[in-house]
Design a protein around this ligand. Structure first.
Ligand code: HEC
Length: 151
């Protein structure tokens, strides 16, 4: 009896896993090599990411961008910022847009104002940038206001 329950669970689990890989465009199985945060910080400045970004808790010389205001990277989020999301934001900026900004500040129509680096950035630079940025995100767990009964 217990064995058949295990078998059913196994089948359910296997089909769920197979579900993850049935889309050839799924990100399932993607793993970036470990980067180096110090090098990532240097790359951030070298590629002039700081023309449009500040990074929470990091002192960087500001490089002024004429047309794009500052988009803050890092800081407190209510969820874990995965490296999959960071990689996607960097190599495919128009895939989804940063929250909390006026459309005109960050997009031209449906296209991100972020510059594309895909033809000049190495994979090592990408891994280093992601490792650097990830250190500056903090997860802030949502704590609901305690229920106080009203008498
Ligand atoms: C010309 C300005 C500009 C430059 C240069 C630039 N970005 Fe961006 N970036 C943006 C804008 C605008 C957004 C918000 C729109 C979007 O999500 O694509 C953004 C979004 C991002 C996001 C997602 C932020 C979020 O909260 O979702 C990341 C991560 C990021 N950029 C990293 C980088 C890195 C790393 C570099 C350098 C290699 C860089 N950017 C260079 C303008 C720029």
């Amino acid at each position: 009896m217990v064995n058949s329950v295990k078998m059913v669970l196994g089948i359910v689990l296997l089909s769920a896993m197979a579900g993850c890989t049935s889309d050839p465009k799924s990100g399932w199985g993607f793993t970036l090599p470990e980067g180096d945060a110090e090098r990532g910080k240097a790359t951030f400045v070298e590629l002039k990411c700081n023309a449009c970004h500040t990074v929470a808790g990091v002192e960087l010389d500001p490089v002024h961008s004429e047309e794009v205001g500052t988009v803050v990277l890092g800081g407190k989020k209510g969820y874990v910022v995965t490296y999959g999301e960071l990689v996607t934001s960097i190599i495919n900026p128009s895939h989804r847009f940063a929250f909390g900004y006026e459309s005109e500040q960050i997009k031209d129509g449906e296209v991100s104002k972020m510059r594309l680096y895909n033809d000049e950035m190495t994979v090592t630079q990408l891994a280093d940038l992601v490792t650097f940025l990830q250190q500056h995100y903090e997860v802030e767990i949502y704590v609901p206001t305690p229920f106080v009964p009203y008498y």
